[in-house]
Ligand binder design. Sequence first.
Ligand code: PGA
Length: 250
Amino acid sequence: MRRPLVAGNWKMNGSLESVRNLLDGIKRGIDEVKNADVAVCPPFVFIPETEKLLAGSVIGWGGQDLSIESSGAYTGEVAASMLNDFGCQYVIVGHSERRTYHAESDELVAKKYAAAQAAGLVPILCVGETLEEREAGVTEQVVARQLDALINLAGVESLTDGVIAYEPVWAIGTGKTATPEQAQDVHAFIRGRVAAKSAEVADGVRILYGGSMKPDNAKELIGKPDIDGGLIGGASLKAEDFLGICTAAN
Ligand code: PGA
């Protein structure tokens, strides 16, 4: 039985004050959630405050990105060891916004995943097709290419302690959620692709769904056999909504 994971991706949102309020709200409701892992991924600058407020709670935290380098002249970058210094357990890699706005390639994303894992972080590898790609009928090819870049670089075993997030780009921040069946189809495809290399790894790897997940659609999505939780953007910025999704996963 895979334990569900619900991770909040706050993207570039919040202020010190709103972060404090949000974490306070999440902490107050989290005791009910015993059968799912929960984490938040704030902007880098809010991670120290997040550590301070979440230390000793059941809620984990992590970054939204990291560098493949360990230190040096890389202006604006953040290394895995720096995330370690502030107690991060997770880091998102290859979010579609990074792939689109920062031209991150499948290969770079795979290297980020490996760098995170080498530092003891749990990477959350985002994959997913654009609307154009879905309409062209190449969803599986796109997701396979993104996944294979990692398997080719780091081996299928790298997924043993990692997480995959299927996030159809057309569903992110648009209010257009994939239907549970659409999502389940791609999740099953991803698991099958991992299983072709290792049935054991495929059985254990958590595959999250992301893209306009909300309290009122979370239960049906997470109820599908290959959907093991969610990567939540917009709804993770309101304690009540985020807790609603955590409760659905629970
Ligand atoms: P959304 O974002 O929940 O706002 O659609 C999900 C994500 O981008 O991780």
